[in-house]
Design a protein around this ligand. Structure first.
Ligand code: B12
Length: 290
């Protein structure tokens, strides 16, 4: 097992940017030592403490010198998704959730891995598109079943969110909503292809404390400009904004907007802002692997 790792290794292992990691180190949230040459190093025990305390999700355990977690189970999930076995997928997710795995760990780990696998199989040939649509629906239904297991709290803080205008991807925003409900917030998910002005309207109507935005498809200039305008209005209203998704870097973020690469990082931001009534589930993929 490794004794010390670089900030880059830890960042990659938990799916966050190296700059976020260095910011947390500078703020004292994670202890770093320096090599003789002045480079930052993090001991493995300190990395483990940080991961567990911050409820970060280990997406690449091998970078910490740990065995890749539940590879066998994850390939079963891929097979069930490819074969259109909706009941199997729901059963798998609920069983892991009930045995303590957080929603964020399920989304950033096995679900993301299975969809990545599906996305590379046919590269959008005709059969692949059919399988992608079917897998998308299966995951939507499974996440809805998972959400139904989480009790709503009366008077819970509200979070509003959706995918950017022109973005057809349904699952990322639904993952955000499900993870936020696990934290005790009341998510209002406006779904894919949502005009930024609708997010603003819902945030006002619902007196939301947080808005999340997923930018997965390559965004149009006009949609980005409108989002930037809406973000500034939300900040003036005192609403926190978190932007995520594979194309999030396309947005020149107004100061004060949070950018997050994974659902686990969304959870970490919410906990940092102290909006969440509940803590995320204690167990992470790392706990599963150990
Ligand atoms: C299903 C699917 C589709 C479906 C979507 C169905 C639907 N209604 O949702 C359909 C068939 C419509 C589709 C279409 C296309 N697709 Co497609 N698709 C996928 C697939 C297989 C899964 C997408 C998905 O839901 N992923 C699950 C999400 C949750 O994963 P993720 O995006 O990585 O999100 C994670 C993080 O980014 C983060 N996150 C995401 N959002 C947010 C938000 C916040 C606030 C936070 C904090 C975090 C966060 O958390 C997530 C979990 O870890 C992906 C493969 C893949 N790797 O994802 C390809 C993929 C995204 N598609 C791709 C392509 C090329 C296309 C098309 C252009 C194909 C074509 N020629 O027409 C079109 C484009 C459509 C458009 N208008 O832009 C490429 C994109 C490549 C690239 N350069 O980015 C991919 C990667 C496949 C591949 N390997 O080539 N697609």
């Amino acid at each position: 097992m490794l004794r010390a790792i670089t900030p880059r290794q830890l960042a990659d292992a938990i799916g966050v940017s190296e700059s976020s990691l260095k910011r947390w180190a500078d703020a004292g949230r994670i202890q770093v030592s320096r090599t003789e040459g002045g480079h930052r190093r993090i001991t493995l025990t300190e990395a483990v403490r940080f991961i567990r305390d911050s409820r970060a999700v280990v997406v690449r355990p091998e970078l910490l010198g740990l065995p890749a977690s539940s590879e066998e189970q994850d390939s079963t999930l891929s097979k069930m998704l490819l074969g259109g076995d909706g009941r199997g997928v729901t059963g798998y997710l609920l069983a892991r959730f009930l045995s303590g795995t957080s929603v964020a760990a399920l989304c950033d780990g096995p679900l993301r891995a299975a969809l990545t696998h599906i996305g590379t199989l046919w590269r959008h040939q005709e059969e692949g598109v059919m399988v992608e649509h079917r897998a998308t629906t299966i995951i939507i239904e499974a996440l809805a079943s998972l959400r139904a297991l989480i009790e709503d709290r009366p008077g819970a803080p509200v979070a509003v969110g959706g995918g950017l205008a022109g973005d057809p991807y349904v699952i990322p925003s639904m993952m955000c909503a499900t993870a936020l409900s696990e934290l005790g917030l009341r998510p209002v998910n406006l779904g894919a292809d949502t005009p930024a002005t609708s997010l603003l309207q819902a945030a006002r109507d619902e007196r939301a404390q947080l808005v999340w935005v997923s930018v997965t498809a390559a965004p149009a200039e006009a949609a980005l400009a409108e989002l930037a305008r809406v973000c500034r209005e939300l900040l003036e209203l005192g609403v926190a904004v978190v932007v995520g998704g594979r194309q999030r870097d396309a947005l020149t973020m107004p100061v004060g907007i949070h950018s997050a690469g994974t659902i686990g990082e969304l959870v970490a931001v919410i906990e940092e802002l102290r909006i969440a009534p509940r803590r995320a589930a204690a167990r992470s993929l790392l706990a599963d692997a150990s």
